[in-house]
Design a protein around this ligand. Structure first.
Ligand SMILES: CC(C)(COP(=O)(O)OP(=O)(O)OC[C@H]1O[C@@H](n2cnc3c(N)ncnc32)[C@H](O)[C@@H]1OP(=O)(O)O)[C@@H](O)C(=O)NCCC(=O)NCCS
Length: 136
């Protein structure tokens, strides 16, 4: 996850996200297993001359990793994002060491566009990221 997520993540953080945060950044969905929220997927359409782009992201509670849950949920988000008017490119920034998330992007058919060395902070350290994308 990016450093924009509070850590530790408190109940107040969750309340702010549900009431305010999610409305500021496009669309977000809870990923529910047996009606219990266990993760999330989201998309953030860019604006102005970049409005042909949508950023997508995903996360899941570790108890459920490796079962294909996020690949399935993210596939729906990708389809929805590519169906938006004017949208030609859907992208995801992923930390270069996040092999699971990279694999999710690959399973979605997203293509590696670039490696972005030393392009973000993660827990106080500067990290490399990779950029994956799909096109309409
Ligand atoms: C990224 C994340 C959502 C993946 O969830 P998941 O439930 O494991 O995803 P899936 O089961 O759909 O797919 C994971 C794939 O990674 C593969 N994988 C697991 N560990 C791996 C490793 N060390 N190296 C390479 N691939 C790996 C799995 O085998 C699977 O691929 P497969 O279906 O071809 O076998 C989850 O790890 C997560 O929430 N991480 C923390 C938050 C995060 O990093 N979000 C993404 C920010 S960009």
């Amino acid at each position: 996850m990016s450093d924009t997520w509070p850590s530790p993540y408190t109940e107040d953080d969750a309340r702010w996200w549900v009431e305010t945060g999610q409305h500021q950044s496009g669309a977000a969905w809870a990923v529910c297993l047996h009606d219990v929220p266990r993760g999330g997927v989201g998309m953030h359409p860019l604006q102005g001359f970049l409005r042909c782009n949508v950023e997508v992201g995903w996360w899941l509670h570790p108890d459920h990793w490796g079962q294909g849950v996020i690949s399935q949920a993210a596939a729906h988000v990708l389809t929805q994002a590519l169906a938006l008017p004017d949208v030609t490119r859907v992208f995801a920034h992923i930390h270069a060491g996040n092999a699971r998330s990279i694999r999710v992007a690959e399973k979605l058919g997203m293509r590696l566009e670039s490696v972005q060395p030393r392009s973000a902070f993660k827990r106080g350290e500067v990290i490399d990221r990779v950029l994956y994308a799909s096109y309409q």
